[in-house]
Design a protein. Structure first.
Length: 130
């Protein structure tokens, strides 16, 4: 069976999004829950998500393997440490979209629009969390 490695990254266009209320460990958990629900648990619900330092200028990076029959496995998402909560969640939501097979959108209102220009509406609640 042939297996291929796939990668995708996302940029951000607004300094205000980067500097807003800083993300915590809880932000990652909440964001993962929102993303898994939105995209129906890609990678059979097994995604490794962590803060890190994706190569500049990316704020998020995802990598997965795909089998010849299209099954995704060993799915990993890295979000740049130190982003605001809303942006962290939006990056997770975007990268999960790739894991669910979505490509970039030309619609600026879509979370799959890249570069990201605003916090996704599904992520607004992580701004209020403690
Ligand atoms: Zn992307």
């Amino acid at each position: 069976m042939r297996h291929s490695a796939m990668r995708a990254g996302v940029l951000v266009m607004s300094a205000a999004l980067v500097l807003a209320a800083p993300a915590t460990a809880g932000t990652l958990i909440s964001s993962q829950r929102i993303a898994a629900r939105t995209w129906h648990n890609p990678c059979d619900g097994r995604v490794t998500l962590r803060y890190g330092s994706p190569p500049a200028p990316y704020v998020g990076l995802t990598r997965w393997w795909i089998t010849a029959n299209g099954r995704r496995y060993d799915c990993r998402v890295v979000v740049r440490r130190g982003l605001g909560r809303g942006l962290t969640c939006t990056v997770v939501l975007h990268e999960y979209g790739h894991l669910a097979g979505r490509k970039h959108s030309i619609n600026p209102n879509s979370v799959m629009y890249a570069p990201l220009t605003r916090v996704d509406h599904r992520c607004l609640r992580v701004l209020k969390a403690r």
